[in-house]
Design a protein around this ligand. Structure first.
Ligand code: ATP
Ligand code: MG
Ligand code: FE
Length: 338
């Protein structure tokens, strides 16, 4: 069974072909990062236009690389949310047109569930149940994955996402977009204990996150250093900020693993590429005898292969979409049992 998958929720135009649920025949990702860099962040209108220009060439390239023809495709999976409405609409429209013209089923996929499912591609023997820590550009959540189509939300962020905080702080420090990888690199040269930033909601039994207080604390620190005429120690700021984020994520993730009685923890979303986070989770998992998994770098950030994987497992439970499928920019993660 061949699934063609399309992803265009933010600033990556991507298309993939999967055989079954876990074999990637091709996964083409055209990133717009250089286009948005001069604005310090993603400009929605520009993103939509770029998706329109890129979508058909990316789909063509992905079919070619997979060595298949459009007529070979059995179903089309597409991200319908969350994301930028104009950006999502480009992928959704392309997917609907293709599904209609080929006469094959359409599968609308939740992008965040896709991030979690990236782990099935990286780890072929992974099976539910397991705990998933989702840390992406716009979301932070702990999800108990009880089955391929059975999710239980342990908790999510009340305000900012972890990735959002990384990007905002990088911006204030004058680092180019996207800030996450820059902070990651700087943090390696800094002292994580140099500055004592808050670790919000870090209490037992609480699975909600909050990163807006931490973001303000770092911004206030930077401003007060500037007012005092001090030179900013960027590596120390990056390392100390990153430590605050990581310690909260690690503590809550393993509490959730314990409470749900899981033996496996998976990491998902763009921030999963953070080397400090990965190292701390790995260390803590080893101590506790928990299996710890995270997707390969290319599967951490936005890509269509993860959408194809999620779409495949959705199709097994007969969850198809009709041609009225619309973009849902504010789509979130929620409990699901099918
Ligand atoms: P969402 O998936 O919530 O809709 P998104 O698709 O925009 O948001 P992601 O796919 O999760 O975002 O990936 C982008 C985010 O990952 C950005 O916030 C970026 O800064 C962050 N990121 C990427 N690499 C790293 C890293 N090494 N360390 C920290 N953050 C990182
Ligand atoms: Mg992106
Ligand atoms: Fe994403």
């Amino acid at each position: 069974l061949l699934t063609l998958a399309i992803e265009s929720s933010c600033d990556e135009t991507s298309a993939a072909v999967l055989r079954g649920g876990r074999t990637i025949l091709s996964n083409i990702i055209s990133t717009q990062i250089p286009v948005h860099q001069k604005f310090g962040g993603v400009v929605p209108e520009i993103a939509s236009r770029k998706h329109i220009v890129n979508i058909m060439p990316v789909i063509d390239e992905c079919l070619q690389k997979a060595g298949v023809k459009l007529a070979d495709i059995d179903q089309v999976a597409v991200t319908y949310g969350p994301g930028l409405v104009g950006a999502l609409l480009v992928g959704v429209s392309a997917a609907k047109s293709l599904a209609f013209s080929l006469g094959v089923p359409l599968i609308g996929v939740n992008h965040l569930e896709g991030h979690i499912f990236a782990n099935f591609l990286s780890t072929p023997d992974l099976e539910p149940p397991f705990m998933a820590l989702v840390v992406s550009g716009g979301h932070t959540a702990l999800v108990d994955v009880r089955g391929y189509n059975h999710f239980h939300m342990m908790g999510q962020t009340r305000d900012d996402a972890a990735g959002e905080a990384f990007d905002k702080i990088a911006r204030v420090m004058g680092l180019p977009y996207p800030g996450g990888p820059r902070i990651d690199a700087l943090a390696k040269e800094g002292n994580p204990l140099a500055i004592d930033f808050p670790q919000a909601l870090n209490e037992k039994g609480n699975y909600e996150f909050s990163f807006s207080g931490l973001k303000s604390a770092v911004l206030n620190y930077i401003n007060s250093e500037k007012m005092k005429g001090h030179e900013l120690n960027k590596p120390d700021i990056a390392a100390s900020f990153q430590r605050s984020v990581i310690e909260v994520l690690v503590a809550k993730a393993f509490q959730a693993v314990e409470e749900a009685g899981r033996d496996t923890l998976v990491l998902a979303g763009g921030v999963a590429a953070n080397s400090g986070l990965e190292a701390r989770l790995r260390e803590e998992a080893a101590k506790r005898g928990v299996r710890f998994l995270y997707p390969s770098k290319i599967l951490c950030t936005d890509n269509a292969a993860m959408i194809g994987c999620r779409g495949y497992y959705q199709s097994l439970s007969g969850r198809f979409s009709d041609l009225y499928l619309n973009a849902v920019p504010g789509l979130g993660l929620e409990d699901k049992e099918e």
